[in-house]
Design a protein around this ligand. Structure first.
Ligand code: PBG
Length: 326
């Protein structure tokens, strides 16, 4: 007989042993569920490129949050989808304290104070240019944008946001948001910075959901080049110095190496955004029965965790939570 001393298969021989030696687990504690908010009452429309994901009016968002809390899903990232009428070059509606977004955050925190609400800071949902910053002569202005972002963050904190998520990629935004929050006694409001946010084609379905695609050009002068990883370390160093509480990598799947690099080099918790295009691809292939969607979902979430993310923003959050109850 062949003499083999080490037989790794022994640790795979039955379910109990496999479970015992399993290195990584995904639980509902790790997940953040993104939700798309629209104006109105009792309104719900599926995002065509994201089967199972709906734009919902505030009343239905409340119901959705209630049912998610029962499943052990506690953290939500809310994105507003506004009509073109409310959009302008300066993203004015993003600073409206009585706007749909802050009003809904207030409602959620009133009924479900235990729910953790993460908000989005960027100009694109409110901008007639569809860019994350202020546009002048075709250029995205950095420092002029910071002032708007800081005010936007303050409106959201006043409404009750627990975690502010700057998703815009302007230089210095985490610092100005932190300073503005602190100056207004919101020292306990956290910042989850979109630290390494790449200029990615995987955001397509999200832009359909919010109708927020750029009206001209692309986002390559502020979002990162997919070819770069050292630059992610620079962004992370800056966010750490500027006061971020979490460092996020986005998208997740084509950037698992970046997740690992940041986790190996920084002590802050790493988050990963399993984005709309990643969700859409799984759903499309599963609908065609080319893959087993549920198993692929679980494998994807595990891979993001294994790479080093302790927090995952994912459109799969609710169906994953439901699958644990079965
Ligand atoms: C924009 C923003 C985007 C996403 C989150 N915030 C899109 C973009 O940068 O154009 C994408 C999320 C997803 O694709 O699921 N501030």
């Amino acid at each position: 007989m062949t003499k083999i001393t080490q037989r790794p298969r022994r640790n795979r021989k039955n379910v109990a042993i496999r479970n015992m030696v399993r290195e990584n687990h995904v639980t509902t504690d790790d997940l953040i569920f993104p939700l798309f908010l629209i104006d109105g009452k009792n309104k719900k429309a599926e995002v065509s490129s994201m089967p199972g994901i709906y734009r919902m009016s505030g009343d239905l968002i409340l119901k959705e949050i209630e049912s998610c809390l029962k499943l052990g899903l506690n953290t939500f990232c809310l994105f507003p989808s506004l009509s073109d009428k409310l959009k302008d070059k300066k993203a004015t509606e993003g600073l409206n304290k009585k706007g749909l977004y802050p009003a809904t955050i207030k409602e959620i925190k009133k009924y479900f104070p235990e729910a953790v609400i993460m908000t989005d800071v960027a100009m694109d949902p409110y901008s007639s240019d569809g860019h994350d910053g202020l546009v002048k002569h075709g250029e995205i202005l950095n420092d002029e944008t910071l002032d708007i972002l800081a005010k936007m963050a303050l409106v959201q904190a006043e409404a009750g946001a627990d975690i502010i998520g700057p998703s815009d990629m302007m230089d210095g935004r985490v610092g100005v948001v932190r300073e503005t929050l602190d100056d207004n006694n919101f020292t306990n409001v956290s910042i989850m910075s979109y630290t390494a946010k790449y200029a990615s084609a995987f955001y397509g379905p999200f832009r359909d959901a919010l109708d927020s695609a750029p009206k001209f050009g692309d986002k390559k002068t502020y979002q990162m080049d997919p070819a770069n990883s050292k630059e992610a370390i620079l962004e992370a160093e800056l966010d750490l110095m500027e006061g971020a509480d979490f460092l996020m990598v986005k998208p997740a799947l084509s950037y698992l190496d970046v997740i690992k690099t940041l986790n190996d080099n920084f002590t802050l918790p790493i988050a990963a955004y399993n984005v709309s295009g990643e969700y859409a691809m799984v759903k499309a292939a599963a609908q065609k029965k080319w893959i087993d969607g549920d198993k692929v979902r679980d494998e994807i979430l595990l891979s993001i965790k294994r790479a080093g993310a302790s927090v995952i923003l994912t459109y799969f959050a609710k169906e994953f939570a439901l699958s644990l109850k079965k």
